[in-house]
Design a protein. Structure first.
Length: 269
C-alpha cells in the first residue's frame, strides 16, 4: 500500500499489489469508521411490516425515500393487506402514488405483487431470497432490503451509492451488482451486512456524493484511495448534507460552522 499526503491528510492509495489480507483489514477499518460516523444509520423507508417495506421499496425506484415516506401513510392505511393491493382500483392507486413518479408502472407492480402474494404465499411476504425474487417488482436488491430489515436475515444492498463508494474505496473492481454483493460480503462478517449497507448508503447520501464528494470533511479520508476526488479543503464541509451535517464535520475534525444552515435541512438524494 502506497502512502500519500494531500492537504495535510495522509491517505492510503491501493495498488494492484494490495494483498487480500491488506484489503480486508482496510475494509474492516472503513466499516468501523462508518459505524462511528453514522450511528443513526437505518433503513430510510418508513414501514412497520414486510409488506409495507416491499411496497415502499417498489415506490422508491427513481424517487427519494423522503417523497416515498410522504406518500405511504395514506397508501398503507388504504391497503393494509396483500389482498387489498390485489383488488385495488387502478385509477385510485395511481392517484395516491403519482408523486413518486412512474406511477402507472408502479401501480401495475403493486397490484401484481398483491395478486402473487395471495395466490402463492397465502397473502404473506416470504422470508427467503429465492421466493422474493420471483415476485413482481422485486429484484435481488429489493429482496435483500426486505430480508435485512423485515426478517433480520443479513443482506447486502447494492444500490447506486453502495456501488460508487466500494469502487472509490477500491474494495472491488466488479461492476455487476451480484458480483459486488459477493465480493463485499466476503470482506465482512455476515452479521454486519445489513447495517454495513445502511452505513455505506448513508455516507453516499451525506458525504461521498457522486459529483462532488466532501473529501475535506470526510472521516474516511485516511482510508480512501480516492481522497481528492472532491475538494480537500475544510470548506468542503459545505457539501455535507442532512440533519447531522454539523456532527459529520466535527467527526472529520472540521469546524462545524463551515456547514451552511440549509445543508442541515436539505433533502438527501
Ligand atoms: S468523500 Fe472523498 S475521501 Fe471520503 S470516501 Fe468519498 S472519495 Fe473518499
Amino acid at each position: 500500500m502506497r502512502r500519500r499526503r494531500l492537504a495535510g491528510v495522509t491517505t492510503s492509495s491501493t495498488r494492484a499489489d494490495e494483498t487480500d489480507l491488506g484489503r480486508t483489514r482496510r475494509a474492516r477499518r472503513i466499516g468501523r469508521a462508518l459505524t462511528e460516523t453514522h450511528p443513526d444509520a437505518h433503513c430510510e423507508l418508513d414501514h412497520s411490516s414486510a409488506l409495507e417495506l416491499a411496497v415502499a421499496t417498489i415506490l422508491s425506484a427513481q424517487c427519494t425515500d423522503k417523497k416515498v415516506n410522504e406518500v405511504t401513510p395514506k397508501l398503507f392505511a388504504r391497503y393494509p393487506t396483500a389482498a387489498d393491493y390485489a383488488a385495488a382500483d387502478r385509477g385510485e392507486m395511481e392517484e395516491l402514488i403519482r408523486p413518486t413518479g412512474f406511477y402507472r408502472n408502479k401501480t401495475d407492480s403493486l397490484i401484481k405483487l398483491g395478486q402473487a402474494l395471495v395466490e402463492r404465499y397465502d397473502g404473506q411476504v416470504p422470508g427467503r431470497l429465492v421466493d422474493l425474487v420471483t415476485l413482481p417488482g422485486i429484484g435481488r436488491k429489493t429482496a435483500n432490503v426486505i430480508l435485512g430489515n423485515a426478517f433480520g436475515v443479513p443482506g447486502i444492498t447494492v444500490d447506486t451509492h453502495f456501488h460508487r463508494l466500494v469502487s472509490r474505496w477500491r474494495l472491488t473492481t466488479e461492476t455487476d451488482p451480484v458480483k459486488i454483493e459477493h465480493a463485499i460480503g466476503a470482506l465482512y462478517p455476515k452479521r454486519d451486512w445489513t447495517m454495513l449497507s445502511h452505513r455505506i448508503i448513508f455516507h453516499g447520501r451525506r458525504v461521498c456524493h457522486a459529483r462532488k464528494p466532501a473529501c475535506g470533511a470526510c472521516t474516511l479520508a485516511r482510508l480512501c484511495p480516492s481522497y481528492g476526488t472532491g475538494p480537500t479543503e475544510p470548506a468542503a464541509a459545505k457539501l455535507l448534507k442532512g440533519p447531522r451535517a454539523r456532527d459529520l464535520a466535527v467527526a472529520a475534525g472540521v469546524d462545524p460552522d463551515l456547514v451552511p444552515a440549509q445543508a442541515v435541512v436539505a433533502d438527501v438524494p
